[in-house]
Design a protein around this ligand. Structure first.
Ligand code: ZN
Ligand code: ZN
Length: 425
């Protein structure tokens, strides 16, 4: 079968980065770190594993970071052990086609999504699990890179050193065998979520990004009392889904959005957010929206006194993050939802000068009420049935992934919000 994956190899990395200086989408063939290539059909590695036939999968900014090699070798996350090869695609909906003997809670024919595409204690069979896994935050697993995932039944060497050329020993480092951009994948029972019947396949592809957005919103739950004001920076999928999550999970909160393009503003407004627009820059507009004071210092140094109770930075760049710190009120909370693999430079003085609380999210987990963020995401999607129609703007077949990437990179022209890749039969 043909799958889209990313090979973590310093030589390919260097080649690709160099080629990107002259072309935004260099084709390096077999030397490219990102490959759409023939891989062996996955076998079940053990009795707690299932095989899933994927139906569709959303293209996420994180996938694009991998595809474009936008990762600094100096970033904390680049040093995390355990990723030799990453099968791309995690915003997927599929159907269980095979279930191991020790799988409970899933049957052949179930529609599933994948909350977990990272090796954690459960997949590596580590007992007892680390304290993060035990507490329901497997994305924060402290045993990354320590264990190995069991070898597939039928022998690792034949199925895992084929055309893809993977050394058998590194199999243990895989997130799953296959990902959402593979026609079929083998996943551990801990990685799946059963899609409620009320959600169609389009809504199901939004479960994972919605769970990220909802997790970010819930990180500020104690600040989101009626009358509070939240600013969402960024009008991409996560920003817009965060607006919907705020409306559903924190009614009575004023939701404001700072977005780049008019097509994003339209959707933000349709979801009940007030788009900060009109005269002046973001500081002037934020001051007006929060009854704060806009102060202009020297050399274009602008701040506001007052500000938002909560700022959700769904871009995660150094400019947006610096802005978030400056737009939060004293004791306000800034939640970093955007992913960035490049260390930046920023003025972090608001953290002490205004005692701003800063936190971030790595996907989703078990929330404080004991439910998984996926269950909460499903509830938000059920409450907001118009979401797929507003958010999914483009569809491509898997082998058109370069076109999808182009639409993602040129949002101004394409008007892309969520791009969904479909698997044929
Ligand atoms: Zn994603
Ligand atoms: Zn763990």
């Amino acid at each position: 079968m043909k799958a889209l994956y990313f090979e973590n190899d310093p030589i390919r990395y260097a080649l690709y980065r160099a080629a990107r200086l002259v072309h935004p989408f260099p084709r390096l063939g077999p030397l490219s770190p990102v490959r759409y290539a023939e891989v062996p059909e996955p076998a079940l590695p053990g009795p707690q594993w299932l095989k899933v036939r994927n139906i569709a999968c959303g293209l996420c900014g994180t996938d694009v970071h991998f595809m474009q090699m936008d990762m600094s070798p100096k970033s904390y996350s680049t040093a995390l052990p355990g990723i030799k090869r990453k099968y791309l695609g995690h915003e997927c909906v599929g159907e269980v086609v095979e279930a191991g003997l020790e799988v409970e809670g899933f049957r052949v024919g179930d529609r599933v999504a994948m909350p977990m595409d990272w090796p954690c204690c459960a997949q590596m069979g580590i007992e007892p699990p680390c304290r993060q896994c035990a507490a329901g935050s497997p994305m924060l697993c402290e045993n990354l890179g320590l264990g190995t995932v069991p070898a597939p039944i039928g022998g690792v060497s034949s199925s895992h050193t084929g055309s893809a050329g993977i050394p058998a020993g590194s199999f243990g480092m895989f997130n799953a065998v296959g990902g959402g951009f593979s026609p079929r994948m083998a996943v551990h029972r801990s990685q799946l979520f059963k899609v409620p019947a009320a959600l169609g396949n389009d809504a199901a592809t939004l479960l994972e990004p919605m769970a990220c957005a909802a997790h970010g919103v819930l990180k500020a739950a104690d600040h989101l009392v009626p009358g509070a004001r939240v600013l969402i920076i960024g009008g991409g999928t996560i920003g817009l889904l965060a607006a919907a999550a705020c409306k559903a999970l924190a009614p009575g909160v004023g939701v404001f959005a700072s977005v780049r393009y008019p097509f994003q503003a339209k959707v933000a407004e349709a979801l009940g957010a007030r788009v900060l627009s009109g005269d002046g820059n973001i500081y002037a507009r934020s001051a007006r929206a929060t009854n704060g004071r806009h102060i202009k210092g020297m050399f274009g140094n602008e701040i506001i006194l007052g500000g938002f109770d909560v700022v959700l930075d769904t871009i995660g760049g150094e400019a947006s993050f610096e802005q978030s710190l400056r737009l939060a009120r004293p004791h306000g909370r800034v939640v970093l939802l955007g992913i960035n693999f490049s260390p930046g430079r920023l003025d972090y003085s608001p953290i002490w000068a205004r005692e701003i609380e800063v936190t971030g999210i790595n996907c989703h987990c078990i929330e404080n009420d004991g439910r998984s963020t996926f269950e909460i995401a499903a509830e938000v999607l059920e409450k907001t049935p118009e979401l797929p129609g507003l958010i999914i703007t483009h569809r491509f077949a898997m082998d058109e992934y370069r076109q999808a990437l182009r639409a993602f990179m040129n949002k101004r022209e394409s008007g892309a919000i969520k791009i969904v890749m479909g698997h044929g039969k």
